[in-house]
Ligand binder design. Structure first.
Ligand code: MN
Length: 471
C-alpha cells in the first residue's frame, strides 16, 4: 500500500513539524531554552513569557530525553505562513480546504512507528508537563484524539485535555460533540471506542483538527486539502485507527465504556479552571514514536490554545453564515472573548431586519457563541477597537439589542448555569434610512497617500534649527 512520497518542495511551510521549526528558526522566532527546564510549571512559564513572540523549544526537560516544543501557532500571521497565504486570505484558504477535503493515502512504513515501546508507561516515555497552578497534575494538551467507529470505519479528530491518571490511563474531558457521539453509540452496547492520541503533528494537521465539519467527516482530509496533496496515514499497531504517518508520537488506546474517574481541575481557555469531576477514561494499549521524538505541549489558556480554536472556527462560521445571508462579508472571533465567545460579523447593505436574522444565525453556529456584534463594511471587523467604536456610536439598546435566554452555552464559561445561559446580539450597523452625513466617518483628504519619506526631513533634524523663516 506504499505510495510514492510526495514532493516535499511543493508543500506549504506548515506541512511538516520539523520543517516548521526550521522555518521559525530562519525567521528568528525559535527560542531554545537551556537544557533541564522543569516540567512542573518551568516549561509552561517560559513558554508563556514567549507567547506570541517565539516558538519555544526545551531540550532535556527535567532531564527527560525527549524535548518539548510549545507555541507553534501563536499568531494569526504564522498560521497564514503555515498554509502559504497572506494573512488576509487565511480564512478563505481554510474555508476552501474545509469545503474540498482530500482523502488521505495509507502507507505501511511510517516514521511514527519507528519505535514501539515494549511496555506502556506514559511519564517514563514522554515528558508531560504540568501547566497552570491548580492543575491536578501533568496533562497532554496538544494530542489529536482520533476516534474510529468500528462499525463504519468513520473517523473523527479533536483535541481534548488528557490528565495522566496512572502509567496506563488518561482522564479525558469529552464535550458533547463528535467524539462523544461516536462513543455514546457504542457504549449503549458496552463497546469501547478505539482511539489514538497523536502528539507532534505538522501545523496544517493541527489546524485541521479544529475545523467545524459534519459528523463523520475525517478532519485529516482537510489537512490534505491545505497541503495540496494527500496526507499519509498509517494503521495503528493495536487497532484500526489511521494516524498521520509523520507524527512524532502516537498513543493507542480505548475510551472505556461505562467507566468514569475523577479528572481536573485544569486551567482552560476562558482563563479559569475546569472543575474536577467524574469523566471519561482512556486505557492505553501501546505507545509508538519516532526514533528521536519531539513532544508538543499547548499551555492552557495561552495564545496557541485560543487561536487554534479560533481561526478554523472563523472559517467554518463564515461559510455557514454566507449560505444563509449574502450580506455577510467577514467575521472575527475576538481574543478578548477567548476566541470562542465573542463573534464580530461584518455585513454590507443588509435588508431591513436582516441583521437580527444574522445575529440569530450566528448564535446557532456553535454553542460557544455568546455575544454577537454586527458591523458595517466600513468597520474593520478584525480590529476590536474599531468594533467597540461601532458599538459606541451606532448601537442603542432599546432598538438594537437581541437577547436569547436559557440557551446552550459553554460549560467552561463559569457564569453559565452548567452550560446553560443567555446570549446577546448587538446590531452596531447604521440604522437604515439614516441621513448620509449623520454616519459619515471623518477623514482628511490625501492622508492615506502621504509618503512620509518624501515629506519628512532626516531623523535627528532638530526643530530649533527649523523654526525660523530664515532657513
Ligand atoms: Mn468532527
Amino acid at each position: 500500500m506504499t505510495t510514492p512520497a510526495t514532493d516535499q518542495s511543493t508543500l506549504p511551510p506548515g506541512a511538516s513539524l520539523r520543517g516548521w521549526l526550521d522555518h521559525a528558526e530562519r525567521e528568528g522566532r525559535l527560542a531554545v531554552a537551556k537544557p533541564g527546564a522543569d516540567l512542573r510549571f518551568g516549561v509552561a512559564g517560559i513558554a508563556n513569557r514567549l507567547d506570541g513572540t517565539a516558538t519555544s523549544f526545551f531540550p532535556r526537560p527535567s532531564g527527560h530525553d525527549v524535548p518539548v516544543v510549545s507555541g507553534l501557532l501563536s499568531q494569526r500571521a504564522w498560521m497564514a505562513e503555515a498554509i502559504g497565504v497572506g494573512e488576509s486570505e487565511l480564512i478563505s484558504a481554510f474555508s476552501r480546504a474545509t469545503a474540498n477535503p482530500v482523502p488521505s493515502v495509507e502507507v505501511s512504513d511510517a516514521p511514527c512507528q519507528e519505535v514501539v515501546e515494549p511496555e506502556v508507561d506514559l511519564e517514563r516515555t514522554l515528558p508531560i508537563p504540568t501547566h497552570n497552578e491548580h492543575d491536578s497534575g501533568s496533562y497532554i494538551t496538544a494530542g489529536l484524539l482520533i476516534a474510529r467507529q468500528r462499525s463504519t470505519g468513520r473517523q473523527n479528530v479533536s483535541i481534548h485535555r488528557l490528565q495522566v491518571s496512572s502509567p496506563t490511563t488518561l482522564g479525558a474531558l469529552i464535550l458533547p460533540r463528535h467524539t462523544m457521539a461516536f462513543f455514546a453509540e457504542g457504549e449503549a452496547q458496552g463497546d469501547d471506542l478505539d482511539v489514538a492520541i497523536v502528539i507532534g503533528v505538522d501545523p496544517l494537521t493541527l489546524m485541521s483538527s479544529q475545523a467545524i465539519v459534519e459528523l463523520g467527516q475525517d478532519e485529516l482530509e482537510i489537512s490534505g486539502a491545505l497541503r495540496g496533496a494527500p496526507l499519509e496515514v498509517t494503521r495503528c499497531t493495536t487497532n484500526d485507527v489511521r494516524v498521520p504517518a509523520d507524527a512524532e508520537i502516537v498513543i493507542e488506546g480505548r475510551l472505556v465504556a461505562h467507566r468514569r474517574e475523577p479528572e481536573g481541575p485544569f486551567g482552560e481557555f476562558p482563563q479559569y479552571y475546569g472543575e474536577r469531576a467524574e469523566r471519561h477514561v482512556i486505557e492505553v494499549d501501546a505507545i509508538t514514536h519516532r526514533k528521536d521524538p519531539i513532544f508538543h505541549t499547548i499551555v492552557g489558556g495561552a495564545r496557541e490554545h485560543l487561536l487554534l480554536g479560533g481561526i478554523p472556527r472563523e472559517a467554518s462560521f463564515l461559510a455557514h453564515l454566507r449560505r444563509s445571508f449574502s450580506c455577510v462579508k467577514d467575521l472575527h472571533l475576538a481574543m478578548g472573548g477567548v476566541c470562542r465567545y465573542h463573534l464580530y460579523v461584518q455585513v454590507d447593505s443588509p435588508q431591513p431586519g436582516e441583521v437580527t436574522n444574522v445575529i440569530l444565525g450566528a448564535m446557532a453556529t456553535h454553542y460557544d457563541i455568546k455575544h454577537v456584534t454586527v458591523v458595517d463594511a466600513d468597520v474593520d471587523v478584525h480590529d476590536p477597537q474599531e468594533v467597540e467604536w461601532a458599538v459606541a456610536t451606532r448601537f442603542q439598546a432599546d432598538r438594537d439589542l437581541v437577547r436569547v435566554d436559557a440557551s446552550q452555552g459553554s460549560k467552561l464559561d463559569p457564569s453559565t448555569d452548567g452550560g446553560v445561559g443567555s446570549k446577546l446580539g448587538f446590531d452596531a450597523t447604521v440604522p437604515p434610512g439614516s441621513p448620509e452625513m449623520t454616519y459619515l466617518r471623518i477623514r482628511v483628504p490625501g492622508e492615506d497617500d502621504v509618503d512620509l519619506d518624501q515629506v519628512l526631513q532626516q531623523a535627528g533634524t532638530g526643530w530649533r534649527e527649523q523654526k525660523g523663516s530664515e532657513s
